[in-house]
Design a protein. Structure first.
Length: 161
């Protein structure tokens, strides 16, 4: 049975299918997939496919928002956000800066990693900050210069999980 390719979508699928089936270590980046990244621009479009020819399915208007890169194809990255939405972003829209978003209703920011440490701040759900390290269930979290430690389970992104 002969299969006929119709339109750009079929050609694109035929060309990209072998690349999309790459294993966990992607030669193009030398990094294991998945890995963490963050949005580097004030506005970034997530597309349904790896090209500017594909329509946008989401527009993000939040710099430093964490995303998980789940696939690599040339200059395009298939990413997942904290809500589970997936799509493609051009590499120029992403940064290697480790960031996290608070997923708990309230995440106490402590003076030191530990439940007994003094509370410095309270970060509400949706607050985005930079993560510098995570160990033993705690992450250093910096929200525009206000620094503390949050439970790793209270944030999504960076080096938290």
């Amino acid at each position: 049975m002969k299969r006929r390719l119709l339109g750009l979508g079929a050609v694109t699928a035929a060309v990209f299918a072998p690349l999309l089936a790459a294993g966990p270590l992607v030669a193009q980046t030398g990094r294991p997939v998945p890995y963490w990244a963050s949005i580097s621009e004030n506005e970034a479009r997530m597309r349904v496919g790896p090209s500017l020819d594909y329509p946008s399915n989401w527009i993000y208007r939040r710099r430093d928002l964490p995303v998980k890169v789940v696939q690599v194809l040339g200059l395009w990255r298939k990413v997942e956000d904290s809500d589970g939405a997936q799509g493609w972003m051009h590499v120029r829209l992403l940064s290697d800066t480790a960031t996290g978003i608070v997923t708990a209703e309230i995440a106490p920011m402590k003076e030191a990693p530990g439940d007994d440490a003094r509370n410095l701040f309270r970060a509400e759900k949706g607050v985005v900050g930079r993560l510098s390290s995570c160990a033993k269930g705690w992450c250093a979290f910096d929200v525009h210069g206000q620094k503390g430690f949050v439970r790793a389970e209270d944030v999504w992104g960076g080096t938290s999980k």
